[in-house]
Write a protein that binds this ligand. Structure first.
Ligand code: SF4
Ligand code: SF4
Length: 341
């Protein structure tokens, strides 16, 4: 298991680390077993969030007795002091702990301001002074905001989408963080499920020694793949490079990253998945998307109001309503072809 120094925090994370968003989809029993298996396999960094429903609760149940051995990072989306304090207290209660190793401002679209006495930062600083939080970080999907966060010197870590299809500009954030003594946490290393080659991902991430890759794992089979990769520790080679090159060609540019910034939608279209349905169908197991439930969700695209609220919020400047229509057409064709598989 490789250990990664997280900037100047003194925290050590493991590669792989566990991204705990998908734990929401597991039963309590299955999630606890999975987290514990990750721990037994040597994983020591767990990233969760207030917003991931019962993910914190499941981590608390699984790791309470080994709390001192693990690094737990969580996040809050609140921007006011009172709400942030409430989320910190809730995280501590759910996680069954009296301190958070890393507290992050979640998915920000503006830099949280350390000088605002009524803002989220004020709560985080108070909690840090009281020993309830050890370090303060930030997460975002927006490159300019990420750069501004690094520039302020206010944050100890940055979490940002980082995978082998990321742009040069995105990848350079890791070096910028290192220069500033900040830890760097890579989210969406599988580009939201579009990349499937675990060994190529492992070999790619290893080239960035200060990057903590968190993988959203929701089954023991997936966990075993990552633990095996950690054990075998494959180096970059011609085969992986060819795969990376092919994926870059297919996935780079104007495609939906599934970040969800465009949501909510007034007619409840699940845009973060619907707008990349073509790739989900072809690059991940497609059966779950053939269900009656998913057919109904995709057909909500027919109810689109053309309000363009989604397009105005998309950080990748996608024409989201137009993209959704293309996705619905593609989905219906795919469905007809594969419904009897
Ligand atoms: S334009 Fe359509 S998809 Fe986008 S937010 Fe409005 S209703 Fe939803
Ligand atoms: S349409 Fe844009 S904002 Fe919405 S999920 Fe996709 S990439 Fe993110």
């Amino acid at each position: 298991m490789r250990y990664i120094k997280m900037g100047n925090t003194g925290l050590l994370a493991t590669a792989p680390a566990l991204g705990c968003l998908p734990l929401q989809r597991c039963s309590v029993e299955d999630a606890v077993r999975l987290i514990r298996k990750a721990y037994d396999g040597g994983i020591r960094f767990f990233d969760t969030a207030n917003a991931y429903s019962d993910s914190e609760y499941k981590i608390g149940l699984a790791l309470e007795d080994v709390r001192e051995d693990v690094v737990i990072a969580t996040k809050s989306t609140t921007t006011d002091k009172e709400g942030t304090w409430a989320n910190i207290r809730n995280s501590l209660r759910m996680l069954k702990t009296d301190y958070l190793d890393l507290f992050q401002f979640h998915c920000v679209s503006q830099v949280p301001d350390v000088r605002n006495p009524d803002g989220a930062f004020a709560a985080a600083l108070e909690a840090k002074q009281q020993g309830l939080i050890r370090h303060i970080g930030v997460t975002t999907h927006l490159i300019e905001i990420a750069k501004n966060c690094i520039g302020t010197g206010w944050f100890e870590t940055l979490q940002f989408p980082f995978s082998y299809i990321s742009s040069r500009e995105d990848l350079d954030l890791a070096a910028a963080c290192e220069k500033k003594g900040m830890g760097f946490i890579a989210m969406k290393g599988l580009a939201g499920g579009l990349i499937t080659n675990v060994n190529a991902c492992h070999a790619f991430m290893k080239q960035y020694p200060n990057v903590v890759p968190i993988w959203g794992i929701q089954s023991e089979a997936e966990l075993s793949q990552w633990l095996r990769a950690a054990e075998e520790d494959p180096e970059m080679n011609g085969e992986y490079l060819a795969q990376i090159e092919a994926d870059r060609k297919e996935l780079s540019g104007s495609f939906c990253r599934g970040c969800g910034y465009c949501m909510p939608c007034p007619v409840e279209i699940p845009i973060n998945n619907a707008a990349r349905m073509n790739m989900l169908l072809r690059r991940s197991p497609y059966r779950p998307y053939m269900s009656d439930e998913w057919r109904e969700k995709m057909n909500r695209i027919n109810d689109c109001l053309e309000c363009r609220s989604c397009a105005s919020k998309c950080p990748y400047q996608l024409d989201t309503p137009a993209l959704l229509k293309v996705m619905l057409r593609d989905y219906n064709e795919f469905y007809e072809l594969h419904k009897n598989d």
